[in-house]
Each structure stands twice: as C-alpha cells, then as structure tokens.
Design a protein around this ligand. Structure first.
Ligand SMILES: O=C(O)CCC(=O)C(=O)O
Ligand SMILES: [Fe+2]
Length: 520
C-alpha cells in the first residue's frame, strides 16, 4: 500500500511558463539551458524549484518583518501556510511540519509570537495532510478528528469553513482507506455528506453506499432477466473442495505474504487464491454484459475507452457504477453468487468472526467494480504488479481465451516461489483472491480480453492492523525496500511486465489531487 503516497501523479506536460511571469532575461537563460542539452522536463523542474524557493524566501522575509502590518492583502496565517507549502514542494517536509506545529522556521533566527495560541484550523488541515503523506496515519486522523469536532460546534460556518470541514471529512476517509479500514472510511464520508450537503466528493462516496448496499429489490431482479441472470450455471450452494481449484501460498513465501494475516490459519490453510471449476456467469450473460459496456462506451465516450487508474502502462477500463444498465445485474450477482462463494472460501477471519453478521446477513460490501479491457491493437495488454485496496477481490472472465484472445490471466507472486503463477479462468469463471496479495494482469498476446474486477471489503473488519502486525513480525518493510526486482534476460519480469511498473486506482489519483489542493 505504500505506493499510494510515494507515487506522484504529476502532469507530464512540459510547457514553459506563460509570458506574464517571464522576463526576457529568464527566457534567454532557459533557451541557453535547452541548447546546452537540458531536456524540457528537466528545465521545467528546474524553473519550478527556483520559483518555489523564491516563494519560500519571500514568505520567510514577510514573517521576519511582520509584513501583514504593512500589506493588508496578506495575513500571518497565509504567510506561514505559503512558506510551509513551498517547503513541502521543495521536499523539506520536516521543516514544513515543524513550521505548522510551532509557527517557527526551523534553523532560522526568528521567534514565534503565537506560541500559546490554539492552532488555526487551516494549519490543522494542512498539517494532517503532511502527517498523512509522511505515513503518520494515526496522527493525521487525530488532528482531522479534532478539526471535525471544532467545526461541528461552529454556528453559521462561512463558505471557507464549509469547504474546510468537507475536506477534513474527505481526508479522514482516505486516511482510513490507507489504513485498510473501509467501513470507517465510509462512516466519515457518509457523516460528512450529511454535515456538508452538496459537497461533490462526499456525496459521490455516499452515493456508492446507497447504490451497492442493501438487498436487491424485486424490481431490480426483474430488470436483470434480460441479462440471463437466472441462467443455468447456478450452484446449489458452494463447496470449497468440490467447486474450486485452490492455490496455496508457497511455504517459502509465507513470511513475505501479509495477506495471510487476514484469515484464521486453521480454516484458511494458506489458500488465498481460488478459481471456480465451473462458470459463475453464463455465456449469454457475459456477451450481454460486454455488449452493454461497448454500447455505453460508444454512446458516452465516443467509442474511446479511457481509464480510471494511473499506471506506467496503458490501461483501459470503466467503472460499473457509471453504467446504469449493469448496476442491478451486479447487485444480483453479488448477492446470489459472489457473497455465498466468499463465505465458503474464506470461512473465518483473523478476529474470529465470519462473513455473516449476527442477523444472518452477509457482511461483504463492494468498494469498487471495473470492467477492464486489454486490447492488442490499443497497446493495453497488461497490468503491472500491485495489490488491491480490498480484503478480497474478484476477476471474472467476460470473453473467451482461444476465440477472442490469447495469453492473459491473473498472475500471483506468492503461489509459486519460482516466478509466481498465472491463474486463468475461462469464460464466465471467477478468480477470487485476498486483495493484499501482489498480483498483475498477465500480458495478452492476441485479441481483446475483457474482465470484470471487483474490490470488496468486510463491514466492520479493518484489516490494516493485521497486515501491520504481520509486517512487523517478519520485518517486511526493510526487506521490501532492499528487494531487487527479478528480471528475465529479455528485460521482462516474471509478472510479464517491465521493471518499475505500478498501477494505482482512481481513488488514489483523487487522493493525490486532494493532497496537493491549495498547495497541500
Ligand atoms: O487482468 C487481471 O486478471 C488482473 C486485473 C487486476 O488485478 C485489477 O484490475 O486490479
Ligand atoms: Fe488488481
């Protein structure tokens, strides 16, 4: 999960500053640097760094001279915030944190005159973002909670305060997602959307719960009949041994597989990946779904697939929540087939509970669902190694190997110590696995492969603490840092991708935007 914060989702355009802020002297200096061999992107980085340093120095100077007593357009708070933002951009986070915590410029000969005053809310929000980026999730959450409490007691909040509280709720949710506690994240987002009605980010998150949670109504079921939902592939309940091929974590890789920590070892028996022996979706259902997706892309995206994630390779996918015709169908599939399947595959969690609550209802919830397309002609042929933001994930094959494509499948690192293993389900079959496992979309070599991917979580089961404990027990963090990527002679990794690849989901891109908003 650490790539969540370290990956910088920067715009790769290399346009130079506009002419207003750009003197002739600077322009000629830059032209010289370019002609001496500097690349445009290096030049842009150089210019940005120089400007940020200037911003920092200017604000330091304003602070030293109490500039706000002369210039009424600035305030002490804005000076401190601007300076801290510049420090963060300059990769001087410790100084930025110190400045916001103490109102003192570290290493500068200037005293604070604000020592005993309570921290300003804008500092709290900025500081919690910095704590979060610095992997201090608990500190960040504590501060953001304080901010939420503070605002809850504010009468008639201003527009700015409204935005700040919406951001605080939004950030709180992301901190929880990063700590692998989806239930708590949605709690913050739902409460936030009620406290700050109309905030787009918060209502979209609440909208996901309104959409996916709760039993399927009769109306929704009837609407699904066309999709052959009640096809003949139905199992009379699932049996782990009979209906699935199970893949064990290789004994040599157990200590480097924290995903094991989510489950009770005696019932899980080191089996974290399962492939259904029979189709879970009928052939008609699969082709109907693919047709609906293609029609959606044609009608809404001018026939062009795009992506909801950020990756080092070209990826094309679409979120199921955005395709109205598929929503009811997916709900029925989850309730009737996928949740019962998980109950038999993952009978007991590491906290001793099961996937059924005390009322006999499933605790499984959908976090995100995507239709993913790999297409040889479109150069989107694989997905680099990653772990999902989920306790359990599914990939379901919506078209046919041999007929529609060759290659592909889901690669898992932990189930074979010699370069992992590709698990490839045929049409309508499902691969279920523990989300924190390292896996990849293995490259196709012909045609178009279409799959449905689901990220799920268990209501009330925050698994972050189990992962952390496991990592600490086996000191995985240090190992991971020093772990070299194993690359074959042809420069390709066992997972089928090039070295250094990553993939992060839409939520991570949104998160990165949120963290950099208003300079933080
Ligand atoms: O292509 C596959 O089978 C894997 C897809 C996957 O891991 C994902 O979309 O998160
Ligand atoms: Fe994945």
């Amino acid at each position: 999960m650490s790539d969540l914060i370290t990956v910088s989702i920067s715009d790769s355009t290399t346009s130079l500053p506009d002419s207003d802020a750009y003197s002739t002297l600077e322009a000629s200096q830059h032209a010289q640097l370019l002609s001496s061999g500097m690349s445009p992107s290096d030049l842009l980085a150089y210019i940005t760094k120089k400007k940020t340093l200037e911003t920092y120095r200017l604000n330091l100077q304003l602070y030293k001279t109490s500039g706000w007593t002369i210039d009424s357009t600035i305030t002490r708070n804005s000076v401190i915030l601007n300076a801290a933002a510049a420090l963060e951009t300059l990769n001087r986070r410790i100084e930025a944190i110190y400045l916001l915590e103490n109102n003192i410029f570290l290493g500068e000969d200037v005293d604070s005159d604000l020592e005993d005053e309570p921290m300003h809310p804008s500092f709290m929000l900025a500081l919690s973002k910095l704590y979060f980026k610095d992997d201090l999730g608990l500190d960040a959450l504590k501060l953001v909670d304080k901010l939420i409490t503070l605002f809850s007691s504010t009468q008639n909040p201003t527009q700015i305060q409204h935005q700040r509280i919406a951001d605080a709720y939004y950030l709180a949710g992301w901190i929880c997602i990063h700590m692998d506690d989806h239930s708590k994240a949605y709690e913050y987002w739902i409460k936030g959307s009620l406290d700050v009605p109309g905030d787009e980010n918060l209502s979209r998150q609440k909208g996901k719960r309104d959409l996916w949670d709760g039993s399927v109504g009769g109306e929704e079921r009837r609407g699904c009949e066309e999709l052959d939902v009640f096809g003949s592939c139905f199992f009379e309940g699932f049996l782990r041994e009979r209906d699935f091929s199970a893949f064990k974590v290789s004994p040599e890789l157990k200590t480097s597989t924290p995903a094991l920590s989510l489950f009770e070892p005696s019932t899980q028996k080191d089996e974290l990946v399962f492939l259904s022996k029979k189709p879970i979706l009928t052939a008609t259902e699969c082709s109907n779904v693919v047709e609906i997706v293609n029609t959606f892309i044609d009608n809404n995206l001018s026939g062009e697939w795009s992506t909801v994630r950020s990756s080092t390779v070209k990826t094309t996918d679409v979120a199921v929540e955005d395709i109205p015709q598929l929503r009811g169908w997916l709900k029925v599939v989850m309730e009737d087939r996928l949740w019962p399947m998980l109950e038999c595959l993952y009978p007991r969690l590491s906290d001793g509970t099961s996937l059924i609550d005390s009322d006999g209802k499933s605790r499984m919830r959908l976090h995100d669902a995507f239709i993913v397309r790999y297409d040889m002609d479109d150069e989107s042929i694989s997905l680099p190694e990653h772990s999902d933001t989920s306790s359990m994930s599914f990939t379901l094959s919506l078209n046919e190997r041999g007929k529609d494509f060759e290659g592909g499948g889901t690669w898992f690192e932990a189930i074979n110590k010699e370069g992992g293993k590709v698990v490839d389900g045929d049409l309508g079959r499902v691969t279920a696995f523990a989300g924190p496992l390292r896996h990849a979309g293995y490259p196709i070599i012909r045609g178009t492969r279409v799959i449905l991917v689901l990220f799920c979580y268990v209501e009330g089961f925050g698994y972050g603490k189990y992962i952390k404990e496991y990592q600490e027990k086996y000191r995985l963090c240090e190992e991971e840092e020093s772990k070299e990527e194993v690359v074959n002679e042809d420069g390709i990794k066992a997972s089928g991708d090039k070295p250094g690849g990553y993939v992060v989901y839409r939520q991570t891109v949104e998160l990165a935007n949120m963290l950099s908003k208003e300079n933080f």
